[in-house]
Design a binder for this molecule. Structure first.
Ligand code: CS2
Length: 492
């Protein structure tokens, strides 16, 4: 059996598979100007591809050094390939692939904490971008405040030379730069959080303030934390992706990424010294106010994603595509969007019906198998910005929200840990144990179970539990879900 050669710069010299785009710039000129914390599939299919497009157009030295904050697997897969990987674009009409060269390497934070702080402190590092997921910021999702009682945050406050958290690394790097008389780096948050730049600025500020108010003041005055809206559907890597990458490119790649064709990136143009790649050349949009874009995306895309993830999982659907191909859920989705659209001021030039039509086509893309279980993860960190903000605004206007309540009820059933067939659910959520304990203590009555969950202030705040209309509607939706199952509860 002939096996394909491993993807590697030298392998590219002797072989150029037809139809496969390759880096066409001088990789040797790249510098680790961007350090990316939380190098997962999403960043490699989004930030890295925008950067790659700019390099292919213009060259330059904007290379990316990836950082894994927990596990070594990305490094172990990418190091033998010198950072090269295959990006597979999957549209409804087929797949095409390209080889990406802008990733210079991967550091594994737990193995080299001091070296990572030094890299962040190096004035050559201009931008520190992040996709560490919602829970990676160690904040209270309902209030956006740093959890100073979080064990890793309290560790970092007393061990700044060897931090564990993203916030700890950012402050350690910034403190070292200040001490050395260098300008700060720009912090570019690319996670699906509301006002993400401002949120991270607040968390960094709180952390720095606890160490040294002068440091915090310096970061506030000199630093930059642009807000961004990021969008591309990128399911987690599967074995099928490894096979597809080899079939399409002719190289064995241990770390390909598969993604949809659509991508969007709206960025607030606020960078230290104005230093950044010209991502607009790759289609990114620089805006003075990202909030309308972020609102639209978090509430219409991510909100409906979470709704479908919980309801679809409970109904036995493995992927979002499978769920929306069921008429019951397709109809539900339209009712969900009808509730959300009036609470989303359209960004300039954007028609929200066209946006949701396009979303439906994206969710239906048969080539993208995005698991409901993957999206269902970390619901306690996602619900506030995806569903609860919209619900709050509808309540304030005296409007009912049956579709939104059903989504929250499906989350409530999901975190109970048992699916409709009576099988256990592998609930991944930093608050899973606490939520489960609340539910177990509450007993079987829907009203008591919903009361118990509404008492979780980090998710629901103090206002929603005090809103009897919400508690009643949620209890009713939950009771329906338990009595009829997700599919029937979602059907009108
Ligand atoms: C998804 C997002 O996993 C999730 O929670 O809703 O990752 C979603 O696919 C992206 O935000 C799309 O841009």
């Amino acid at each position: 059996m002939i096996t394909a050669p491993r993807l590697h710069p030298e392998a590219l010299l002797s072989r150029h598979p037809e139809g496969v785009a390759m880096p066409c710039y001088n990789r040797a000129a790249l510098r680790p100007s961007i350090v990316h914390l939380g190098l997962g599939a999403f960043a490699r299919a989004h930030l890295a591809l925008y950067t790659e497009d700019v390099l292919n157009a213009d060259g330059g030295d904007w290379g990316i050094l990836g950082v894994s904050l927990q596990r070594p697997d990305q490094r172990d897969r990418l190091a033998p390939q010198d950072g090269l990987y295959t990006a597979i674009e999957r549209g409804p009409d087929g797949e095409q692939c390209r080889i990406v060269g802008c990733l210079l390497g991967v550091m594994v934070a737990p193995e080299e904490r001091g070296a990572l702080v030094a890299r962040l402190a190096n004035p050559r590092t201009r931008i520190v971008s992040l996709t560490v997921t919602e829970k990676g910021y160690c904040h209270d999702p309902a209030t956006g405040r740093l959890r100073l009682d979080h064990p890793d945050i309290s560790h970092d406050l007393t061990n700044l030379a060897a931090p564990r958290t993203a916030i700890g690394f950012l402050v350690a790097g910034l403190a070292a730069r200040r001490a050395a008389g260098h300008a700060p780096f720009t912090v570019l948050c690319c996670d699906n959080l509301p006002h993400n730049g401002r949120l991270v600025a607040g968390l960094v500020g709180e952390f720095a303030d606890a160490l040294d108010p002068a440091l915090s003041a310096w970061i506030g005055a000199e630093g930059a934390f642009p807000c961004t809206m990021v969008d591309r559907i990128v399911p987690a890597l599967t074995d099928a992706d490894l096979v597809a990458a080899e079939r399409l490119s002719g190289f064995a790649d241990a770390a390909p990424v598969g993604h949809e064709s659509f991508r969007q990136w709206v960025i607030e143009d606020d960078f230290v010294g104005g230093l950044r790649p010209e991502w607009e050349k790759a289609g990114a949009q620089f805006a003075s106010d990202v909030a309308p874009f972020e609102h639209m995306k978090l509430r219409l895309l991510n909100g409906s994603h979470s709704a479908l993830a919980y309801l679809g999982y409970l109904a036995g659907y493995e992927t979002i595509g499978d769920a929306v191909n069921d008429d019951a859920f397709a109809g539900y989705l339209q009712r969900f969007w009808d509730e959300v659209r009036p609470m989303v001021p359209p960004p300039p030039g954007q028609d929200l019906h066209a946006y949701t039509d396009a979303l439906l086509a994206r969710f239906r893309n048969p080539a993208i198998r995005h698991r409901t279980w993957q999206i269902a993860m970390d619901g306690s960190q996602k619900l506030p910005q995806r569903l609860l903000g919209t619900l709050r605004e509808r309540l304030a206007q005296g409007l009912d929200s049956p579709a939104l309540c059903l989504a929250v009820a499906a989350w409530a059933r999901y975190v109970g840990g048992t699916d409709e067939a009576g099988s256990p659910i592998d609930v991944r959520d930093p608050m899973a144990a606490g939520l489960r304990a609340q539910l177990d203590a509450a007993g079987a009555e829907p009203a008591a179970r919903i009361r118990a969950l509404l008492g979780v202030e980090a998710v629901f705040g103090t206002d929603l539990p005090a809103e009897p209309r919400f508690a009643t509607a949620l209890t009713e939706a939950y009771a329906q879900l338990m009595a009829k199952g997700a599919r029937a509860a979602a059907a009108p």
